[in-house]
Design a protein around this ligand. Structure first.
Ligand SMILES: NC(=O)c1ccc[n+]([C@@H]2O[C@H](COP(=O)([O-])OP(=O)(O)OC[C@H]3O[C@@H](n4cnc5c(N)ncnc54)[C@H](OP(=O)(O)O)[C@@H]3O)[C@@H](O)[C@H]2O)c1
Length: 253
C-alpha cells in the first residue's frame, strides 16, 4: 500500500466534462485523483492528460450501474491507498441523450417512457448509493472526509414550482430533474447519518456548462462548473453539511 499525506479524491465520470475539469483542479491543488470512467481507454486518456500537466492521476474503471466495477474500484483504492478523502459523485445521464434541456420533450411526464426513467434513476440515484456505500469504509479512514454530489438547479423543487422562476421555459421532466431532486434528498439523508462522524456531504449545482450532456449548449466552461465542486471538496471541518450550493451560494431545495 502506498502511504501518502496527499489527499485522495475519487471522481465518477471523470473522463470528460465537469468531472474531468474537477479532477484537473484537484490534481492542481495537490490531490491524488482517481478518475472513474466506464470506458477504460477514455479513463486512461484523461488520467494521462492530467499526469502530463504534472498531476498525480490514476484511471479507475467504474460504471456506477455495474456492481462488479464498483466493488473492484473500492477494493483497488483500499489496497493501493488505504483510504479515500473525497468522493465526488459526478457521473450522470439525461436519459434523452445529448440534448439541451429545452429539447428534452421526451421527458414530459404524461408521455415518458418508464424504461428511460428507470435508466436515469439507475445511474443518477442508485449509482450514487452504490458508489457511496462501497467507498464509505475508505472515507471513514480519512481525517477529513468529504462527499460532493453533482446535482442541478433542475433538481430544485423550489425553482421548479415557481411559475415565474428561471426554469419556466423548460419542458416538464419526469426523469432527469426528479433524479436530481432524489439526489438532493439522498444528500441530506447521508449528511444526517454521517454528521456525527465528521463526514460532510453536500450537493453542488454547477450551472449551465457546455459539455456533451447538453450538446455544448451551456454557457459556462467545465472549469467554471467545477468551481463549486472543488470548494465543497475542500471544506474545512467547520464547513456546511446537508447543503445545496452553486458558486453564488445556497440553492433553494
Ligand atoms: N453540464 C451542465 O450544464 C450540468 C448542469 C447541472 C448539472 N450537471 C451535472 O454535472 C455532472 C457532470 O455532467 P457533465 O455536464 O460533465 O456531462 P458529461 O460531459 O456528459 O459527463 C458525464 C460523465 O458521466 C459519465 N457516466 C454516465 N453514465 C455513467 C455510468 N453508468 N457510470 C460511470 N460514468 C457514467 C460519462 O461517461 P461516458 O463518457 O462513458 O458517457 C461522463 O464521464 C452530471 O451529474 C450532470 O447531471 C451538469
Amino acid at each position: 500500500m502506498q502511504t501518502t499525506d496527499q489527499k485522495i479524491a475519487l471522481i465518477t465520470g471523470a473522463n470528460k466534462g465537469i468531472g474531468r475539469a474537477t479532477a484537473e483542479r484537484l490534481a492542481g491543488l495537490g490531490m491524488t485523483v482517481l478518475m472513474g470512467a466506464r470506458d477504460p481507454g477514455h479513463g486512461e486518456e484523461a488520467a494521462a492528460a492530467v499526469r502530463a500537466g504534472g498531476g498525480d492521476a490514476h484511471a479507475v474503471t467504474l460504471d456506477v450501474t455495474d456492481a462488479a466495477t464498483v466493488r473492484e474500484a473500492a477494493r483497488w483504492t483500499g489496497e493501493r491507498f488505504g483510504r479515500l478523502d473525497v468522493l465526488i459523485n459526478n457521473a450522470a445521464i439525461t436519459g434523452s441523450g445529448r440534448v439541451s434541456p429545452v429539447d428534452a420533450v421526451d421527458q414530459i411526464p404524461s408521455g415518458v417512457d418508464l424504461d428511460m426513467v428507470r435508466a436515469v434513476f439507475e445511474t443518477n440515484v442508485f449509482g450514487v448509493i452504490a458508489v457511496t456505500n462501497a467507498m464509505l469504509p475508505l472515507l471513514r479512514r480519512s481525517p477529513a472526509p468529504r462527499i460532493v454530489n453533482l446535482s442541478s438547479g433542475g433538481g430544485s423543487l423550489a425553482l421548479n414550482s415557481d411559475p415565474d422562476g428561471p426554469l419556466t421555459g423548460l419542458p416538464p421532466s419526469a426523469a432527469y430533474s426528479p433524479s436530481k431532486t432524489a439526489l438532493n434528498a439522498l444528500t441530506v439523508q447521508y449528511a444526517n447519518e454521517l454528521r456525527k462522524d465528521g463526514i460532510l456531504v453536500n450537493a453542488a449545482a454547477p450551472g449551465y456548462v457546455a459539455t456533451d450532456i447538453n450538446d455544448h449548449q451551456g454557457f459556462l466552461t467545465p472549469a467554471q462548473g467545477a468551481e463549486i465542486v472543488v470548494r465543497l471538496a475542500m471544506l474545512d471541518a467547520d464547513g456546511p453539511t446537508a447543503g445545496f450550493f452553486s458558486v453564488d451560494g445556497p440553492v433553494p431545495w
